[in-house]
Ligand binder design. Sequence first.
Ligand SMILES: *[C@@H]1O[C@H](CO)[C@@H](O)[C@H](O)[C@H]1NC(C)=O
Ligand SMILES: *[C@@H]1O[C@H](CO)[C@@H](O)[C@H](O)[C@H]1NC(C)=O
Ligand SMILES: *[C@@H]1O[C@H](CO)[C@@H](O)[C@H](O)[C@H]1NC(C)=O
Ligand SMILES: *[C@@H]1O[C@H](CO)[C@@H](O)[C@H](O)[C@H]1NC(C)=O
Ligand SMILES: *[C@@H]1O[C@H](CO)[C@@H](O)[C@H](O)[C@H]1NC(C)=O
Ligand SMILES: *[C@@H]1O[C@H](CO)[C@@H](O)[C@H](O)[C@H]1NC(C)=O
Ligand SMILES: *[C@@H]1O[C@H](CO)[C@@H](O)[C@H](O)[C@H]1NC(C)=O
Ligand SMILES: *[C@@H]1O[C@H](CO)[C@@H](O)[C@H](O)[C@H]1NC(C)=O
Ligand SMILES: *[C@@H]1O[C@H](CO)[C@@H](O)[C@H](O)[C@H]1NC(C)=O
Length: 887
Amino acid sequence: MRLLPDSPLLLCVVLVFTAIPSEQDSSGVLGTSQSQAGGSNALPAAGCPRSCGNLTFDYPFGIGSNCSRSPAFSLTCDSTTQTPRLYFEDDSITEVVAYGSTWLQISLSQAIPIMHGGVVSTYNMSWKSSGSGFTLFYANLNITGCDFDIYQLQDRHASSVKLCTVTCPDAGITDKVARQNCNGTGCCSVNLDVLEAFQLQFVLRSHGRARLGTHTSRSSLWDSINVTSTDAEILWSIVDQPTCASAMDDSANYACVSNHSNCYDGLGGRLDLGYICRCDGGYRGNPYVPNGCSRDKGYNPKEQKENCQRSCGNISVPFPFGLEEGCFARRLFQLNCTNTASSSLQFDDEHQVTRIHINEGLVDIKYTPLYEQEMFRVYVSNEPGLYIGSGESSSVQWAVANLTCHEAMQNKSGYACVSISSTCLGVNSTDDYIGYRCKCLHGFQGNPYIHNGCQALPINGESTKKQNLLLGIVIGLSSGIGILLLGLCATVLLRKWKRDIKKQQRKKYFQKNKGLLLEQLISSDENASEKTKIFTLEDLEKATNNFDPTRIIGHGGHGMVYKGILSDQRVVAIKRSKNIEEGEISQFINEVAILSQINHRNIVKLFGCCLETEVPLLVYDFISNGSLFEILHSSSSSGFSLSWDDCLRIAAEAAGALYYLHSAASVSIFHRDVKSSNILLDSNYTAKVSDFGASRLVPIDQTHVVTNIQGTFGYLDPEYYHTGQLNDKSDVYSFGVVLVELLLRREPIITSETGSKQNLSNYFLWEMKTRPTKEIVATQVCEEATEEEINSIASLAEMCLRLNSGERPTMKQVEMNLQLLRTKRSNSCHVVQDNAEEIQPLLCTGAESRYETFSITLGGSSNAESQYSQRFNSLEHDFKSSLGTPH
Ligand SMILES: *[C@@H]1O[C@H](CO)[C@@H](O)[C@H](O)[C@H]1NC(C)=O
Ligand SMILES: *[C@@H]1O[C@H](CO)[C@@H](O)[C@H](O)[C@H]1NC(C)=O
Ligand SMILES: *[C@@H]1O[C@H](CO)[C@@H](O)[C@H](O)[C@H]1NC(C)=O
Ligand SMILES: *[C@@H]1O[C@H](CO)[C@@H](O)[C@H](O)[C@H]1NC(C)=O
Ligand SMILES: *[C@@H]1O[C@H](CO)[C@@H](O)[C@H](O)[C@H]1NC(C)=O
Ligand SMILES: *[C@@H]1O[C@H](CO)[C@@H](O)[C@H](O)[C@H]1NC(C)=O
Ligand SMILES: *[C@@H]1O[C@H](CO)[C@@H](O)[C@H](O)[C@H]1NC(C)=O
Ligand SMILES: *[C@@H]1O[C@H](CO)[C@@H](O)[C@H](O)[C@H]1NC(C)=O
Ligand SMILES: *[C@@H]1O[C@H](CO)[C@@H](O)[C@H](O)[C@H]1NC(C)=O
């Protein structure tokens, strides 16, 4: 039982694609390059450089001949500068600044000198990716100079779009100042996304005439146009074959050569954008070289440096944690002492460590002032996620390596439990094995991670305890009253102070979140004011028992969902998105205002929001029966599945809701994230579309880029991917994938017999060409649906999945088509029933009786479901107890 699904799909995809590791034992990699599994597969020659300055990278990239997979992956290291810099070969514009397993953080910079004298009035800059497997995912450019317009050439340079105008600043303004403000005077900012190439044109506005003037003290802005990126990222994949399936056939060139590596279709899905490889099943490393995938080798039990600083103010920092390079056992355990005086020990931007319990495997954390965060996550590139903790918990568990104790002990040189009298034990999260940690044996205490760290507990502990107690009583009695008074005073003051700070912070967030704007929007619409509510943080804290972690009913790429009970006993889902960018807040608020006015039976109702947190919290109706995804894809074990009638009805309802959003609502709203896990089912199994607009709210930052795209992997409109232009037809495409899911009863990403991952839509379209649709669809569908129905839905899906959005039907046409089918079906049904009720009840009457089976099976059986029902029961319990004790 859950709602607002940050779907299992999303979760699973997040797990699959986050930070595909590149950590590895490089000597192993270089040494094995002769054993060229797969014959003529181009593998790196021995001795290829794997770093430039302190930036490391890995095959398929390489420097020099025979070191990279193909020229597109060829890099050069410019060591003439003070710190060596890594560039794409033959491309002095594109510097690689960070390397990831499917992405590269790049920096673009080009200076274009202006020729004075008014001869040339148009200057150009073009950029092209190094090969077809490379896509510029986004680039934010700051362009400095003076007195010109910036255009972007489009459609193979047939047309151009004006991006901005740069005017001349006062003479005193330096390049640096202009670039920092970048407000149109001497500089302007340009954002580009999802491109293989771009071309910019700079057209001087005064055709160079003004430049001849007598500016004696003019700044260098007059002399050149400088283009620099502030943030840019490239995604890459292997494109010598279009898909995993064909890549595996071409074994001589198949890139996923390591054991324990697996192939995934590239990001473009049907654009045939190749494939990527990754290590699977608890293995990490480089899948592109033989034996590149290995178990976690990131822990180094030896301190490299002597006299390491072991405290930050009054917080002690024992090994395996450390502050300086060489003082910690792995990157993940590096902490940052930002202020010794105030003992500020930074975990990451958002969390501070207050205490490390070395023997208990716990770290106490608190939120850094100004940050309020719901999930504990530490992102360190190339490191596994070895910290677990969630909700508002203040203690975080950690493990030292993602290995079992058995595995860890086999490699003595990397084994963490080096103290005598220490032992190894496993660390589990609620649903996964995280890794191992060490512990002093019973009767010992101390640090198991250093030699002789575990010391025997003193045997006379008992008597010292008594002495201490006695002493305590004496001191306590003598100074008790004074201290009590002082303490009370301090507590009261401290509380008040904390309250004030919190209040101020809330007010700040409220302002930032344009609470007033929303109030305005709502008060201008009388209908809305009675429906939408701006909740206070207190309301929601009460509703969720202070955001109790046990109230979390879903989390994923988009954020976290809590269940809650409002004071008026309404059961709600409270959704907390990840950070929204400043500029997007008003757009977001606008959307909230619009959505709050929508009252459609197939759209999850938005009750209101809370603007007192950094990121607005949204309060939705609680939908009890989970998502279509769960019911379609987790039902095999319970033996139940939706009837064909239900499927048709749910599809039509969802299509109707999307059509309504596209056209019937006062402003058209694109859903942007249509998928079966966003189609929820209420207690009558009526479809409720949820999570609209959410995908836009997901920030595009480095750690999430891949997840973002992959989050909708399987449903992503390839045209949107290619052009970055989102429109109503993108929803139609994604809905097409849902139709295919309903027909085939398979998840949007499937594993083929050969073990490769493939988009269901690709598979479907391909199979449609080669055999009758009847043979592809799920057995149950084949049994319940008529051949005509199957063919209609299949061809509808096929049209929705057209590459060219212009060829796709509108949502209205899709809905009408589905309604027509339903009408036809119920008519034929009546005919059957009227004429031969006792002979052939199978075709339709099954639907009713099946509802009963459905609710029974949902109550128990499959693991996931019983978990949900447990949660639901506890919710009911909460609900009842809150009824019983009014407060
Ligand atoms: C290594 O990188 C750090 C920043 O992460 C930089 O400060 C340092 O100068 C670099 N060292 C070299 C040798 O490039
Ligand atoms: C690169 O490989 C080719 C063919 O395998 C070989 O002939 C050539 O000598 C190699 N070049 C270098 C610099 O190793
Ligand atoms: C830029 O391109 C335009 C047309 O594409 C051309 O007329 C102009 O001379 C070019 N400018 C330079 C500096 O090459
Ligand atoms: C532009 O780049 C050139 C060459 O790198 C540099 O000398 C100049 O100072 C830069 N100008 C600005 C405005 O950044
Ligand atoms: C824009 O930036 C320039 C400096 O680059 C500054 O002088 C000017 O005041 C800024 N204008 C605004 C409106 O902020
Ligand atoms: C780029 O421009 C933005 C404003 O659009 C500014 O906030 C930022 O500081 C600039 N970046 C750099 C590196 O100057
Ligand atoms: C640790 O390895 C196991 C396999 O032994 C894997 O299932 C799990 O996801 C891994 N956990 C992390 C945090 O990498
Ligand atoms: C440590 O924190 C300071 C200040 O927040 C920051 O500038 C620095 O980059 C951090 N260092 C590391 C290694 O995280
Ligand atoms: C972790 O889970 C495994 C089974 O998944 C269990 O055998 C083991 O005892 C658990 N370890 C701890 C420390 O709870």
